[in-house]
Design a protein around this ligand. Sequence first.
Ligand SMILES: C[S@@+](CC[C@H](N)C(=O)[O-])C[C@H]1O[C@@H](n2cnc3c(N)ncnc32)[C@H](O)[C@@H]1O
Length: 243
Amino acid sequence: MAIDYSRRAPDYDAVRADDLTDRAFWLQGLIEVGEIQPRERVLDLGAGTGRFSALLQTTNPVVALDRSAEMLAVARGKASFPCIRGDGHALPIRRGAVDVTLLVMVLQHLANPGAVLSEVARVSRRVVIATVDLERRPKTILEEAFPSLLEVDRARFPRIDAIVADLTSAGFGRIRVEERPYRRTFTVEQQLDRVRRKYLSTFDLLPPGEFEEGMRFLEREMAKRFGDRFELASNITFVAGTR
Ligand SMILES: C[S@@+](CC[C@H](N)C(=O)[O-])C[C@H]1O[C@@H](n2cnc3c(N)ncnc32)[C@H](O)[C@@H]1O
């Protein structure tokens, strides 16, 4: 089932983005694992609100591409990089036009990740992906609150070995896989608010009633267990390849 980003767009940065984490964790991981050099041409595929296009545009020519007009409208408000509405399964970009393509938390949304990675190989010499390895994601109170969360995410997120196989079939070699610990600290009230505003798209895919019941559980339990501070501890896996 496709997630409706038109409804999420106005709230997306408020519940997901954080300038310090975006720079020190996400951007740094993309640059290091993706070996992105200044001035290389970058395609940000599934750019959403343009979080990473906006950060990279100071050093690199960037194009942001997304299929949601509403997400791109937010991206356009940020900067002067080109924002293209399009589908990763049929990129409106000519062969070899890009040095490196980024896909940050996008693969779980794609009907056919292998087809998209073949398109990436057509237009781009290198690729760097940021995703979650569901075989290794640490369990948190969210899995307790929402019993279907893990199963729903396991069905959505491609396994890392499947990503590596798709990259190889698409013609990428020298594949690097690096998992990095992802830590953020919130007040309990901030984290409750993020869940209420459905900061994970998976919340829209839970069986009827599960989100509301889980929310009531978190409102009862979070302060009791964590006091005021909630430490989010997870892992993000970066996967890169070169043709
Ligand atoms: C979780 S958001 C990630 C946005 C951004 N990369 C970030 O990390 O902030 C996923 C994005 O992928 C986009 N998307 C999903 N399927 C797509 C497709 N087939 N082609 C292009 N964009 C797609 C959605 O519209 C959404 O903006």
